[in-house]
Every structure is written in structure tokens, then in C-alpha cells.
Design a protein around this ligand. Structure first.
Ligand code: NZQ
Ligand code: ZN
Length: 399
């Protein structure tokens, strides 16, 4: 038998498991009691600053959950904070012997709930779990009702927690953090204003790009990525112009859900998500919106890493995801791809510079140092390794 030579350029092995049940569409929340029943009677309902009350979801959830003992943790803030919501939630879960968590809101509410779910099952300091100083061995079961299409937290096992006093924003990942079930009713996103709709789409587009710009890739992954980018770019302006357009909200919600759970990167060379590493520092220091930070950084990262070696992926992205004609010379396709991404973010009203979101140049050096020290952005073999000087150059260009 001929020996098969597997090279680094070929599709990588993978082992993929996403245990979350997705229930999608108008009115699906009616199934909530059926899903919650096996998870226990004592439920912690978590939510944000009031949007779920304004859209009538809070009262509907209370009605549907009338046979359960409900405890509440409201007021979870965007970029959820460890010292506030996370610790309050952990204390509440332990004191009230909570069986499960029902998170209703955007990615911040769900991420916070994931950290609470793990902290509730741990006797030490929850922060040790978040930063990986202690292994996560269990978590309370989580069910969510998403009201904002963006992060994909509803279909992944990660959460991002901020610690303002130390300028930390840490991505916390564990297989125990997959939601048991996510309810995705696009009508709950009708009330999301244009600013957060744009930020959510910018986040999801960037999730796709983080996974697309890698080597090797494969035709299936590239196809998934192109489909998601096209969908998000087509429907974002529609949802902004017509917030109650069901088709647009549904397409965006579906696309966002698949952005972050790893399916787009199966068999590829993988990525360390460099734009996310940079943005997380921006929101750790300045508490800005994650999606807006990404909209600002993305074109500058693209410009910075474009070179002869990375050019073929830019060409593939330009042709397959953005529909640029293959008849142009390769370098022109790449330049057009960068210009199109910047134009798209501008068109949907996202900020285009750090100054627009209140960030001046005074702490760029400190942030670049911190980002370089914190990640493995310059590890050998990466698609486009970034050292401290590269990171600083990207931040300066984005100013
Ligand atoms: O607090 P409320 O009143 O609910 O208002 C929120 C908030 O002000 C509002 N909102 C949510 N649903 C709404 C609504 N307003 C009107 N109608 C509705 N139906 O939107 C604002 C932003 O909400 P937030 O949850 O902060 O936004 P998003 O979903 O974009 O989450 C951002 C957080 O997720 C992290 C980000 O870093 C950031 O902390 N991420 C989480 C990821 C994950 N778990 O996989 C991956 C991402 O890359 C990201 O890092
Ligand atoms: Zn993101």
C-alpha cells in the first residue's frame, strides 16, 4: 500500500462537539418551561439594564416560569464586570442553592452568567477559574434567550469578563460553559438600535475574518466564511433602515450564532484572534463597545499584515466573500478588499477611529506592551505574527 504523506499544508485533524440545543424563530420562547424543567426548580434569572422590560420579554418570561422559584440578578452591564455582577451572582447562587441560570439579554448578560455558573460550583476565588489558575470542573446549567445578535456566545463555551481596576478583559473558555439551550427569536432584536446593530454585525464579521485569515484553510471552511460575510454585509443595512424587518434580523441572528463556536475554523491552521486581542485591551482600558472597537481595528490590521506571503488569502477573501472580480491584479483585489471593509463599517455607522470613541494616544504604548505580553500573537507559524511594534503601529494608524 502506498504511504500517504500528510503535510502541514493539508487539512488538519479536528475533534468537534457543540452540545448546545438551538431553538430558533418567532415565538419559540413558549418552549421555555419544557427546557427548564429537567434542570431544577430554583432558577437565577439574569438580565441587563432594562431592555428586556421595554420589549415585554421580562414579563413573558415571568409568566412562563411561574411554576419555578425565580431569583433575579439584573443590571448586568456591557463588558460585564467581575467585582460587580459576577461576584454578586456567585454569592446569590451559593446562598440560594440555585439549580440553573436563565440568561436573558445580549452577550454581556450571557458571558456574565457563564462566569457565575462556574463560580457557583467552586469554593475558591472565581477569578482563578477565569484566568486559568484553577481548572473549571463544573458549572451550573445555563439556558439563554438572546436579544442581541453579535457575539455567538449562545453557541460557544466562552465568556469575556472585565476587571476595571486592573484593566483586564479576559476570555474564559471551558467545555462546561456551553449553554444547555439557546432560544433565538429574531423579533426580540427588533428593538436593538442602529448603533448596537452595527456593532453586533461588526463583531460577527470580524469573528469570521479571524478564522478565515489562516493557513492552511479548506474549501468547506472558506465557503462557510464567505456565506456568513455576505449575509451579514447584505442584511446589516436592511436591519438598520428597517429595524422590524424579520428576514434581515433572522439572517443576521443565524449568521452571528455560527461565528464564534469554532465551526468556521475546522481543519484549518487555526488563529489566535489577533484583532480580538487588540480590541479586548481597548475595551479593558476604555470600556468601549467591543464591536465598535473591532470595526475601527479591522481595516488597519488588514493593511498592516498584507504582504507577498499573505496576499493569496486576501485575494481569496476579496473574490469569494466580497465578490470582487478575479480579473483585477492580485494586489489590487487585496487593496479593494480592505477599502470595501472600511467602507462597509462606515456605511453602517460604526466609528472609524479611536478618537471617535474617546481614546487618545496617551496609553497606546502601554496597551501594545500589555497585548504583546498577554497573548501568543507572535508565535512561529502564525498567518501574520504580531510583535509589540506591530501592535503599536496598528493602534497608531487607528487613532
Ligand atoms: O443592558 P440592556 O438594557 O439589556 O441593553 C443592552 C446593552 O446596552 C442592549 N440590548 C441588548 N438587547 C437589546 C438591547 N437594546 C435594545 N433591544 C434589545 N433587544 O445592547 C447593549 C449592548 O449589549 P451587550 O450584551 O454588551 O452586547 P454584545 O452582545 O455585543 O456583548 C458584548 C460582550 O460580549 C463579549 C464582548 O467582549 C463584550 O464584553 N464577547 C463575547 C464573546 C463570546 N462569549 O463568545 C465573543 C466576542 O468576541 C466578544 O468578545
Ligand atoms: Zn468578538
Amino acid at each position: 500500500m502506498n504511504k500517504i504523506r500528510i503535510t502541514d499544508k493539508m487539512m488538519k485533524n479536528f475533534d468537534y462537539h457543540t452540545p448546545t440545543r438551538l431553538v430558533f424563530g418567532r415565538g419559540v420562547v413558549e418552549k421555555l418551561p419544557e427546557v427548564m424543567k429537567p434542570l431544577g426548580k430554583r432558577v437565577l434569572l439574569t438580565y441587563g439594564g432594562g431592555s428586556i422590560r421595554r420589549i415585554g420579554l421580562y414579563s413573558r418570561v415571568k409568566e412562563l416560569m411561574r411554576d419555578f422559584e425565580l431569583f433575579e440578578l439584573g443590571g448586568i452591564e456591557p463588558n460585564p464586570k467581575y467585582a460587580g455582577s459576577v461576584l454578586d451572582g456567585v454569592r446569590l447562587c451559593k446562598k440560594e442553592r440555585i439549580d440553573s441560570i436563565l440568561a436573558v439579554g445580549g452577550g454581556s448578560v450571557l458571558d456574565c452568567s457563564k462566569a457565575i455558573a462556574a463560580g457557583a460550583k467552586y469554593d475558591g476565588e472565581t477569578w482563578d477559574l477565569i484566568v486559568g489558575r484553577a481548572p473549571t470542573k463544573a458549572a451550573l446549567p445555563i439556558v439563554d434567550i438572546m436579544t442581541l445578535a453579535a457575539t455567538g456566545s449562545e453557541y460557544d463555551c466562552g465568556g469575556v469578563i472585565s476587571r476595571t481596576e486592573t484593566n483586564d478583559k479576559v476570555a474564559y473558555v471551558s467545555p462546561f460553559l456551553f449553554p444547555v439551550c439557546s432560544f433565538l427569536d429574531p423579533t426580540y432584536t427588533f428593538s436593538v438600535n442602529s448603533r448596537h446593530t452595527a456593532a453586533g454585525v461588526a463583531d460577527a464579521v470580524n469573528h469570521v475574518m479571524e478564522q478565515f485569515f489562516t493557513e492552511p484553510s479548506n474549501s468547506v471552511s472558506d465557503g462557510f466564511c464567505a456565506a456568513l460575510v455576505k449575509t451579514l454585509m447584505k442584511y446589516a443595512p436592511v436591519a438598520i433602515a428597517q429595524p422590524e424587518n424579520y428576514e434581515a434580523r433572522a439572517e443576521i441572528m443565524y449568521a452571528c450564532t455560527f461565528g464564534c463556536n469554532g465551526i468556521l475554523g475546522l481543519g484549518t491552521g487555526g488563529s489566535v484572534w489577533p484583532m480580538h486581542a487588540i480590541e479586548h485591551a481597548l475595551s479593558a482600558y476604555y470600556d468601549i463597545s467591543h464591536g465598535e472597537g473591532l470595526a475601527i481595528i479591522t481595516p488597519h490590521w488588514m493593511r498592516h499584515v498584507l504582504c507577498e506571503r499573505t496576499l493569496p488569502r486576501f485575494v481569496s477573501f476579496g473574490i469569494n466573500a466580497l465578490g470582487i472580480s478575479p480579473d483585477f491584479p492580485a494586489r489590487e483585489i487585496a487593496d479593494r478588499a480592505i477599502a470595501e471593509m472600511a467602507a462597509f463599517f462606515k456605511k453602517i455607522g460604526a466609528p472609524m477611529s479611536l478618537r471617535e470613541v474617546g481614546i487618545d494616544g496617551s496609553r497606546l504604548g502601554e496597551m501594545a506592551r500589555r497585548i504583546a505580553a498577554g497573548g501568543c500573537l507572535d508565535a512561529p507559524g502564525l498567518f501574520a505574527p504580531l510583535g509589540e511594534r506591530d501592535i503599536l503601529a496598528i493602534l497608531r494608524a487607528a487613532l
